[in-house]
Ligand binder design. Sequence first.
Ligand SMILES: *[C@@H]1O[C@H](CO)[C@@H](O)[C@H](O)[C@H]1NC(C)=O
Ligand SMILES: *[C@@H]1O[C@H](CO)[C@@H](O)[C@H](O)[C@H]1NC(C)=O
Length: 512
Amino acid sequence: MKITLAFVLFLQLLISIGCALDRSQFPQSFLFGTATSSYQIEGAYLEGNKSLSNWDVFTHIPGKIKDGSNGDVADDHYHHYMEDVELMHYLGVNSYRFSISWSRVLPRGRFGEVNSGGIEFYNKLINALLIKGIQPFVTLNHFDMPQELEDRYGSWLNSQIQQDFGYFAEVCFKAFGDRVKYWSTFNEPNIIVPYGYLFGGCPPSRCSYPFGDCQSGDSTLEPYIAAHNMILSHATAAEIYKKKYQVKQGGKIGIVMSSTWYEPLRDTLTDNLAVQRALAFDTAWFLDPIFYGEYPPEMRQILGSRLPMFSVEDKKKLGNKLDFIGVNHYSTLYVKDCMLSQCESSTSFGEASVYITGEKDGHPIGDPTAMPSFYVVPYGMEKILMYFKDRYNNTPMFITENGYAQASNPNVSKRDLLNDAGRIEYLKSYLTSLNLAMRHGADVRGYFVWSLIDNFEWLYGYTMRFGIYYVDYKTLERTPKHSAMWYRQFLAREKTHRKVLSSPVAGTYHFS
Ligand SMILES: *[C@@H]1O[C@H](CO)[C@@H](O)[C@H](O)[C@H]1NC(C)=O
Ligand SMILES: *[C@@H]1O[C@H](CO)[C@@H](O)[C@H](O)[C@H]1NC(C)=O
């Protein structure tokens, strides 16, 4: 018996140090993919009868984007999609997360025709993926929307948007739902709202002092209205899917959250309570209403009547429940209490009275990356997953984004960018932490690397590269970085290695 135990421990050691983590340590049905979004990669911003999106308009305002760039061309994925599907096939992924450009499919929202050119583009993409055995995992709204909805009625500030979003969702279910089995309503509503209506750095650039410097807006009121309309827009789309399409089409619908983990800056009761407030004003702001029909208690206590109410009708709609939570996880940050302590600034989460920082006594929480608040803190992956597991009854989760940014400017050579050892280490360590969360019972069903290819990184333009494929923006040529080769190997080891793991002794490590 002792020898067997020693042998098991020896094998465990081999697996933990000798053979690195690989695909065989995840369930066979697990989705492994790469992720992108429409505005960041497609380009062709005026082709095929597409209208201007809010981001097309915003990026053309001088001074908004760090390097003065925009997504007019981006990776020109619109014309290179077959090549991009080929890149994924080479990697050996079984799924691909992308978003549909609302302004390509419905140039005027519900006020105009469905654009057959837009439907055709996504049909071609979806069919090309399926031929290669790659499941489409589709986001309906990843930041970009028709500018007309902003100009007509103020987009998320107006309850009319619920009707528009429901209409858009249904057009997509109808057109693509026979082949698309994974739908996300929103990507990171908990980023769109604060950046659009609290700090105002992103469209529609609304905010007020002291939270930001905008021409108009009200940071003490509008974020809560915009979020409310987004939550109800989600519920509208989910209700349409559940009532009219899910049985027939057999897919799942969820929402994707920016999911940062927070650690208390000091091990005090007040900083621990501040962590709870940060989590409440971040992910629970959206997820609590969807799961429980109420905003989190920490928000209600502070904001009182400024939080809109959910009517009986609303709550009924929200009762449709999510099939999954999409988790975009990159980093962990410290939280300091600002109710009882003096803080440098306390506007990070509006009125949550917390200060968010990546440093403690001058030491970063993890290795910094090119993205300012993204540090390498692998254990945060397990912690955020266990938090969602406990708070939301272990609803199935997908890691819809996880990735590593490299700084880029014309002085950084292609050779250096291809040699992305830092990214490989990052992905390995985060996947290990994800694996641990699953062994501790978190119901995670898939993982998507952000991103397939270098792309337009919003306010940072092209100064940051998240791709596992390098893109030369002059020639649009794609080249695999070392991380792409690593991911390919990670996925390929499944077949040979799974055999070893399912032998009687090593079977201990197998889980389903
Ligand atoms: C764009 O719209 C025009 C006018 O409706 C139509 O003739 C044309 O075929 C459309 N083009 C595409 C690519 O859908
Ligand atoms: C590139 O290098 C030149 C010369 O050393 C320098 O002047 C310039 O600021 C650098 N550009 C960037 C974007 O770092």
